[in-house]
Design a protein around this ligand. Structure first.
Ligand SMILES: [Fe+2]
Length: 474
């Protein structure tokens, strides 16, 4: 353990010695159960079944203790590697971490949730890193949930981001070669159409040198003295939300200039835009996949404190950013899993070529609570039919930088078609904070309230990133 600073936990201080002791105990337990060589080779499904069935209480307890202390203590790389190795055996470490992240969020322990989520991100997306002691780059034992998918838009975005980081001397010349490989891949994909998707092959991954969809750089984003600007009236915003028949309030000049600039730099610099399953070059970055910083959590906390009548005692359940391509031809209608969404736009409106587009539509119609996450979030045709049938009307909120919109998550809503200028810094970005759970809300459109078990299962699906949902069910 190199770290000499004690780390603050929810139950006091965890010392480095305590962590080292837990790690040593854990390794000793593993070796006594399997032997050092056997432990490394337990990889087949049959062996796994035997191993899980036979795992002793002592080993389980040692692992649980280590994982708990890791989350409360420091981020010691040796111990992270132990967790990676163990997860390669049965996947349970990642599941445990995900459950911990969810539990910490549910009870409002944001610092612990952040630490747990960061470890999840590192286990899945960690890139090669230089180890001064070893004098060489070390590739972590990453956990692969799904095969990364190459798309033209993602490769273009990443090239622009690498160039942006090179201009700032954050990345070095070695990325020129990476960019050349990316351009080769774009040439290969182009004949297959603009939305072509191709799984990243081991050969291409080898050529790209561990760079595609990796945490190559994450911008430091510490807390600031002030994050919410003083230019709006808190009571007026709350009464707008409470008096609106649907639950919508719009606030301009929401963040301080410093907070806005820092969130924007975090989004521009950090290589966290992993979710590329959407069309038209739209990318998502989620809390468990790197959209996680002290500043973002400070904003989440201060918003909850400043707007008690809107957020109430609901806890933060998800944080995300979305980054768009130059054009989006149609609206992305859906509802979200939370009780309250806070959406903030952070790209200057000078990037918007058409002031009549690029904003947000919010309908005066909620998703029935009986609908599944898939139905209310990912089935636009089903939703459009429902909205037509209900005679729903939409309110259009024009795009403006630093404009915040509070709205009931369960209202159908969607990003309007957009047309933004070319250039990496002109990409439209929104950040969202989601509080509470739609299932906890009492008012519905008369649909029967689902059972507690159904509520619990539906909310679990909603909080997780799609990749993790695939991991759990696949
Ligand atoms: Fe949404």
């Amino acid at each position: 353990m190199a770290d000499s600073q004690p780390a603050i936990s929810d139950e006091g201080y965890v010392s480095s010695a305590e962590l080292a002791d837990a790690a040593a105990q854990y390794v000793a337990m593993l070796e006594s159960e399997y032997g050092a060589e056997k432990r490394e080779s337990l990889v087949t499904a049959a062996e796994l079944r035997v191993r899980i069935a036979q795992e002793s209480k002592g080993l389980k307890a040692a692992r649980a203790r280590l994982a708990t202390l890791l989350l409360r203590g420091t981020e010691a790389r040796d111990e992270c590697d132990i967790l990676r190795r163990e997860n390669a055996l049965d996947g349970s470490v990642l599941l445990e971490l995900d459950q911990r992240t969810s539990s910490y969020l549910r009870v409002g322990q944001l610092d612990l949730a952040s630490r747990s989520a960061r470890l999840q991100t590192d286990l899945i997306y960690g890139a090669k890193r230089f180890e001064p002691q070893a004098g060489r780059a070390i590739a972590p034992r990453r956990i692969r949930i799904t095969t990364p998918v190459l798309t033209i838009q993602k490769l273009r975005h990443d090239i622009e981001q690498f160039e942006y980081l090179r201009e700032r001397n954050i990345l070095g010349d070695e990325f020129c070669e990476v960019i050349n490989h990316y351009e080769d891949l774009i040439r290969r994909l182009t004949p297959l159409g603009p939305e072509a998707r191709m799984p990243l092959s081991p050969a291409d991954e080898g050529k790209l040198g561990d760079k595609y969809s990796r945490l190559i750089h994450v911008r430091e984003s510490p807390e600031l003295p002030d994050v919410l600007s003083g230019s709006w009236n808190r009571e007026a915003v709350e009464s707008e939300y409470l008096n609106d028949s649907n639950g919508v309030a719009v606030v301009d000049d929401f963040l301080t200039a410093e907070a806005l600039e820092s969130v924007r730099s975090f989004c521009l610099e950090s290589t966290i835009w992993f979710t590329n399953r959407y069309a038209h070059g739209r990318f998502g970055a989620f809390f468990r996949e790197g959209f996680n910083s002290p500043l973002l959590l400070q904003i989440a906390r201060e918003v909850a404190k400043a707007f008690p009548a809107i957020v109430g005692d609901r806890t933060l359940r998800q944080l995300w950013g979305f980054k768009y391509g130059e054009q989006l031809p149609g609206e992305t209608v859906h509802a979200d899993f939370a009780a309250v969404n806070l959406n903030i736009w952070i790209t200057p409106e000078s990037a918007n070529r058409d002031a009549a587009t690029g904003g947000l539509y919010i309908y005066d119609c909620k998703a029935p609570l009986t609908w599944s996450f898939d139905e209310y979030n990912r089935r636009p045709e089903l939703i459009r039919g429902f909205l037509r049938h209900r005679g729903a009307r939409s309110r259009y909120i024009p795009y403006k930088v630093n404009r915040a919109i509070f709205f009931n998550s369960n209202l159908f809503h969607g990003t309007a078609p957009l047309d933004f200028r070319a250039g990496y810094e002109n990409r439209r970005i929104n950040v969202s904070f989601l509080y509470g759970d739609r299932m906890e809300e009492a008012d519905d459109l008369g649909s029967p309230r689902p059972s507690a078990a159904a509520q619990s299962s539906a909310s679990r699906v909603g909080w997780r990133s799609a990749s993790f949902a695939r991991f759990r069910t696949g």
